[in-house]
Design a binder for this molecule. Structure first.
Ligand SMILES: [Zn+2]
Length: 325
């Protein structure tokens, strides 16, 4: 038994003591992984061979199309990310499809990379899962922490607002910051917080094991009916932007995050994992793919997702799952 394991058990004890203290009984934790497709196990699919013990324990094998399944408490199915539009699916329109439940590439006329089309921003702000959940009376947490540097980059127009930030601002959500991260009330997009240290923004910020970040994510569900965390690691690694050898490490890091989340998750909570387009599942290309993406749902909310077959159908299913709570 590792020290980390006992540390996690201690934290979980603490969480259990806090239950019944006005907390939300059941929640949905949405882990959004950018650039992760669902494809057959093959020598060209890094997911087939990566160290993903937690995923394999749940699924009976790796996160590949051979392990699609639908049984009480566990659903894995491929869902379409191309949405009937030619070309490679991209994040700008894909994120709007996921967060607002609309066929964004069809509305825009094509798949748009990186940031949402300007014309779709009002729709995203007004119809996102964050806004609709909030209007239905559900507490929502956007788990990612944003540094001062992020807001400065927006102000200097070196960056544009991500779909998730537009959606969060449209819902009036509080965007978490580095103080939240230090207090373990937020997660870093890279899971371990190494990225903040690399940027020189890590003063007083301990690195965390991925499992512990997963525990922090599970903890947010105690006070929020919807918890959202987004992670761009698979897309960056799939594009080759993290250097040689990054792909297996990124997949293992995400698996360890999920391991911590699964250990600390309350039985009534539902975990939803999906993506906007394929990328990391095919190492023959450094670009996106037209592969389907995984819809992986763990917990009692699985029946609400049984008919979802496209990424623009995730949002309504998620809102229905919240309504059960
Ligand atoms: Zn990409």
């Amino acid at each position: 038994m590792s020290k980390l394991y006992f540390t996690m058990l201690g934290i979980i004890d603490e969480l259990v003591i806090n239950v019944n203290n006005g907390e939300i009984a059941m929640s949905v934790v949405f882990v959004f992984l950018d650039g992760l497709g669902l494809a057959p196990a093959a020598a060209t699919n890094p997911l087939a061979a990566a160290a993903t013990a937690h995923l394999q324990a749940i699924l009976g094998g790796p996160l590949t199309i051979e392990y699609i399944q639908d049984r009480p408490g566990l659903l894995l199915r491929p869902i379409d990310a191309a949405l009937g539009v030619d070309g490679l699916p991209q994040s700008g329109t894909g994120h709007v499809a996921l967060l607002a439940g609309v066929n964004a590439p069809a509305l825009h006329g094509r798949h748009q990379p990186n940031f949402p089309p300007v014309a779709l921003r009002p729709l995203l702000a007004e119809r996102s899962i964050f806004r609709l959940a909030d209007q239905a009376g559900h507490a929502v947490a956007f788990a990612n922490a944003f540094s001062a540097g992020y807001w400065q980059a927006l102000a200097a127009r070196r960056l544009r607002r991500s779909a998730s930030v537009i959606a969060a601002e449209g819902a009036g959500l509080r965007l978490r910051d580095m103080d939240d991260l230090r207090a373990d009330r937020a997660l870093s997009w890279d899971i371990t917080r190494q990225a903040a240290h690399d940027r020189g923004e890590g003063a007083g910020l301990p690195l965390v094991a991925p499992e512990l970040a997963g525990v922090h994510l599970a903890h947010l569900a105690h006070n929020h009916a919807l918890v959202f965390f987004e992670c761009f690691l698979p897309d960056l690694a799939g594009h080759g932007r993290m250097g040689a050898g990054a792909v297996p490490e990124v997949l293992a890091r995400i698996d360890r995050l999920l391991g911590g989340l699964l250990v600390a998750r309350r039985p009534a909570d539902t975990i939803l994992i999906t993506s906007d387009h394929g990328n990391i599942e095919d190492d023959t290309t450094r670009g996106h793919t037209r592969n389907p993406v995984p819809l992986l749902v763990i917990g009692p909310g699985t029946p609400r997702f049984a008919d979802v077959s496209r990424i623009d159908a995730v949002a309504p299913a998620l809102l229905a799952a919240l309504g059960d709570g």
